[in-house]
Design a protein around this ligand. Structure first.
Ligand code: NYM
Length: 212
């Protein structure tokens, strides 16, 4: 019998929605229940491309907007072989941000169409489930100050939220909106249930290609 593949599960959302906390909790819960699961995050700042992105986000360097968009995409493509290898080994991947953040953040800048932004990520491994942690800008503001990285302003985050809403209209991707305003454990229980279902559904399906 061939090995059942793992599922590609992505968490998206605006800043402060709790993505990283929930990714960590999900991986732990899946492992505790005997499933093979690992976390990944984008941008992955440790590679050469990731270091360029990190320096840009920390405002230590300036990059032209199209250029940085393509670097974010290249950062996903450089990890694609590793992602596929793990999925084929039966490991489910819980990913903190993916191509949807790429498109939402760049298309929130003036002069960028959704279509142009989606192109470089077409053909990446398609997530079996994308959970969007929904939190209104006012609720996000109650969770404390933004950091000092690029993009961390309420005005920009509102524009990003609108772009995510456009992306969620695409029915070729399996979206699930999660109410992130609840307490951590309730949000976690919801996320875990959806993930267990997605892992079962993906087992015997081939890995899809995003936006193709
Ligand atoms: N970001 C993230 C992009 O602009 N494009 C992308 O493709 C991805 C994956 O980088 N503000 C932005 C969103 C965030 C920042 O933050 C990464 P964090 O805290 O590492 O998730």
């Amino acid at each position: 019998m061939t090995c059942r593949r793992g599922a590609l599960i992505v968490l998206e959302g605006v800043d402060k929605a709790g993505k990283t906390t929930q990714c960590n909790k999900l991986v732990q819960a899946l492992q505790d229940s005997g499933q093979k699961a690992e976390m990944m995050k984008f941008p992955e700042r440790t590679t050469k491309i990731g270091q360029l992105i990190n320096s840009y986000l920390e405002n230590k360097s300036n990059l032209e907007d199209h250029t940085v968009h393509l670097l974010f995409s290249a950062n996903r493509w450089e990890l694609m072989p590793l992602m596929k290898e793990k999925l084929e080994q039966g490991i489910s991947l819980v990913v903190d941000r993916y191509a949807f953040s790429g498109v939402a953040f760049t298309s929130a800048k003036p002069g960028f169409s959704l279509d142009w932004c989606m192109n470089p990520d077409k053909g990446l491994p398609k997530p079996d489930l994308v959970m969007f942690l929904q939190l209104s800008p006012s609720e996000a503001a109650q969770r404390g100050q933004f950091g000092t990285e690029r993009y961390e302003t309420t005005v920009f985050q509102k524009a990003v939220q609108q772009k995510f809403e456009l992306l969620m209209k695409d029915s070729s991707v399996k979206w699930q909106v999660i109410d992130a305003a609840r307490n951590i454990e309730d949000v976690h229980a919801d996320i875990k249930n959806h993930s267990v279902d997605a892992i079962k559904a993906a087992e015997n399906e081939p890995i899809g290609e995003l936006w193709k």
